[in-house]
Design a protein around this ligand. Sequence first.
Ligand SMILES: [Ca+2]
Ligand SMILES: [Ca+2]
Ligand SMILES: [Ca+2]
Ligand SMILES: [Ca+2]
Length: 253
Amino acid sequence: GDKVFVDANRDGLQDAAETGLASVTVTLVSNGTALASVVTGADGVYSFTGLTPGVPYSVSFTAPANYTASTPNVGGDDTLDSDPINGVVSNITLTSGQSLTTVDAGFAPLTASLGDLVFEDSNANGQQDAGEAGIAGVAVQLLADGGVTPAASTTTNASGVYSFTGLTPGVSYTVVFGTPTGYTATVANTGPDATDSDADPVTGRSGSYTLAANESNLTVDAGFFRPASLGDKVFVDANRDGLQDAAETGLAS
Ligand SMILES: [Ca+2]
Ligand SMILES: [Ca+2]
Ligand SMILES: [Ca+2]
Ligand SMILES: [Ca+2]
């Protein structure tokens, strides 16, 4: 034995806060023949008993879906490290009466990410055109599986870029963009998705995104423009010189 663990911080070691990993198939092999298989429970613990001293065994671990094996043999403490190389710990030979409990396997959850840009849609065409800049300091929230309380929040950086990382594959995410002061949301879902605005102009919400393991979706963007203004004054050109002189007033109606 003895344990399959979730290497949440991906350092290859069983840290105190890291839990066991369930549903991992562990197989005992001798001379190329599988002798026994067990599936871990929630504590991640496994054991094979009744083994013969002097016989070389190997133990294989099957990575569960959406997990990747930790780097083996990190650090100098065999009780804390992860041992399988390409899923197998080979050449384990026991002595009479020995109980070996340092054969452990770490697996890190595969994650996904979302991003990445809030841009000023200067020509209000709903597309990120060349020369259109990012907008800094825009609040961006992430909702998970239809939840109302944000699973994460951030603000755009100086380049208008944001990202949410460490997301869980298979979960349905929605991004909610705040409206920066003085701006109006541009039209959504116009033209190519890589360069459009995905924020509903009324709610600020994107559509929903379900990511695969290791997927990085950087197409979730929002465009805003500043309302422009035009005009100034119609005046009574009292002296008919074509100029607004100091004494000349505005013309109503
Ligand atoms: Ca760890
Ligand atoms: Ca070990
Ligand atoms: Ca544009
Ligand atoms: Ca998009």
